[in-house]
Design a protein around this ligand. Structure first.
Ligand code: SF4
Ligand code: SF4
Length: 185
């Protein structure tokens, strides 16, 4: 029995470690499977619930701050009028199963197909379709933004981004701990 538990624990560990070497469809399927089986119980964990709430607030604050300093406007002009975008195909490969699971726990639906042939899997008609983005998406500020936005405003945004990515890290670690501690039930 202990051996069965150990093997199941190893399988769970390998599933959670699915990162850049695995196709996004496979990672989404794994995350969806874990969510279907354990999502309700994960959401009953007080620490996970608190971190999810704090993380959501931090994400909202990041977007509010980016809107406030003009980054959202600048990115919209860049994408709609100038044909620019930094959400290229392949960025989805950076995601692992846990970050996809976080999106599901936050009530976000993960796209089943790619909307734009040369865009990130999560890019939709009106921009990013997920709530919990990868740290490389959150932290990215291009040269155009550094040129157009005052440095002190950029620093405000970076502070908000740091809160968001710190909370993402704490939440993901707690979810891994919960899943690995309890095995693949
Ligand atoms: S970050 Fe830069 S490249 Fe990306 S959409 Fe905004 S302005 Fe355009
Ligand atoms: S912001 Fe969203 S759409 Fe853009 S690269 Fe990141 S996950 Fe993909």
């Amino acid at each position: 029995m202990d051996e069965v538990k150990r093997i199941k624990g190893c399988q769970q560990f390998l599933a959670l470690r699915m990162g850049v070497d695995f196709p996004i469809e496979e990672k989404i399927a794994r995350a969806s499977g874990i969510y279907a089986r354990l999502g309700r119980r994960l959401l009953e964990d007080e620490t996970i619930m608190r971190l999810l709430k704090d993380y959501r607030l931090a994400i909202d604050t990041s977007w509010e701050t980016m809107r406030g300093v003009g980054i959202v406007r600048e990115c919209t002009v860049c994408a709609v009028e100038d044909g620019g975008s930094c959400c290229g195909k392949g960025i989805e490969d950076k995601f692992d199963v846990v970050l996809l699971l976080v999106n599901l726990l936050m009530g976000c639906r993960l796209p089943k197909v790619r909307f734009s042939s040369d865009g990130c899997w999560f890019l939709g008609e009106k921009g990013c379709t997920i709530i919990a983005r990868h740290v490389i998406c959150v932290n990215y500020l291009c040269k155009r933004l550094y040129r157009k936005i005052a440095l002190e405003q950029i620093q405000r945004v970076q502070w908000a981004m740091a809160q968001e990515t710190d909370l993402a890290f704490l939440l993901e670690e707690r979810i891994k701990e919960w899943l690995l501690g309890r095995g693949n039930r």
